[in-house]
Write a protein of this length. Structure first.
Length: 281
């Protein structure tokens, strides 16, 4: 796979007048954005046929930096807007760039029902275990024992496993990597963008400022070493007993299946309705 240099990607896809980004030193959002743009470039997709949608949060600022049409919407509602876009114009490819809190907390109901309907979009999920933009509160994905401003003595609630939740809800494609899994991340996004139905690529993303410094990992290298310690490849995890997987996060491709997407189902529904009402021709 030929990889263009970062300068070529920046010049082609980013809005120069919006640079530099707001992302903190060591943040992983820029890496996930780069992987997405590289996947789009490798596939030769037309930027005029792609719409980016986001909610509220650090990662939700991304549509403002890319030279595509996009919507920066309200907290947790990216998938509601994405539904309207896709059904109004099924020919558009819709990318939702979302955070873990935006997706699994206030947007949780939209998330599971967008998957249940098999909405034809690709979600790029930034999971940094915290509400990074609003002060470092614990998120639905924060692992037990980790600290945040709302859990100074350690998170005591059970976290969501977003990838497994998406598989159970019926997504067509689900993968999870850390942002340090460079080629795997790009290849998963390429797969996701080419599939019908709901596709999700989750990235474990370092947040040294709001998350790391509260958990004695103030730099990106420290978080990298932590990710190496807590992540387990799916192939290895299948052979491990549950007690050994406690506190670990499984990475890899969780599901890759082909079920008709919502856009196709909706078009078939309209045809049936016209036929039953005698409106054909």
């Amino acid at each position: 796979m030929y990889l263009k240099c970062a300068y070529e990607i920046r010049e082609k896809y980013l809005r120069k007048d919006m640079l530099p980004t707001i992302f903190c030193p060591g943040c992983g959002i820029g890496s996930a954005l780069q992987y997405t743009l590289r996947a789009i470039d490798d596939l030769g997709l037309n930027p005029d046929e792609i719409v980016w949608v986001s909610g509220i949060g650090c990662s939700s600022r991304v549509p403002g930096f890319v030279n595509f049409d996009g919507l920066h919407t309200t907290h947790g509602r990216a998938l509601a807007f994405a539904t309207g876009i896709k059904l109004a114009n099924p020919d558009l490819k819709v990318i939702a760039f979302m955070g873990d809190g935006d997706t699994a907390a206030i947007g949780g109901n939209h998330f599971i029902h967008a998957i249940r309907r098999n909405l034809d979009i690709t979600v790029i999920l930034i999971n940094n275990f915290t509400y990074g933009m609003t002060g470092g509160q614990v998120a639905p994905t924060t692992l037990k024992g980790l600290r945040g401003t709302t859990a100074p003595y350690g998170q005591f609630e059970n976290p969501f496993d977003i990838a497994e939740l998406a598989v159970a809800a019926g997504a067509n494609y689900v993968a999870r990597w850390s942002v340090f899994n460079y080629l795997q991340g790009i290849n998963s996004i390429k797969k996701a963008l080419q599939k019908e139905g709901f596709t999700l690529v989750e990235f474990l993303s370092p947040c040294p400022i709001s998350f790391g410094r509260r958990n004695r990992m103030k730099t990106a290298p420290e978080l990298l070493r932590w990710y190496q310690k807590i992540t387990v490849p799916l192939s290895k995890a299948k052979k491990m007993p549950p007690e050994e997987l406690e506190g670990k996060i499984v990475i890899g491709e969780f599901v890759d299946r082909d079920r008709p997407g919502l856009a196709r189902e909706y078009e078939e529904y309209k045809k049936r309705a016209k036929k039953m009402m005698g409106w054909e021709g």
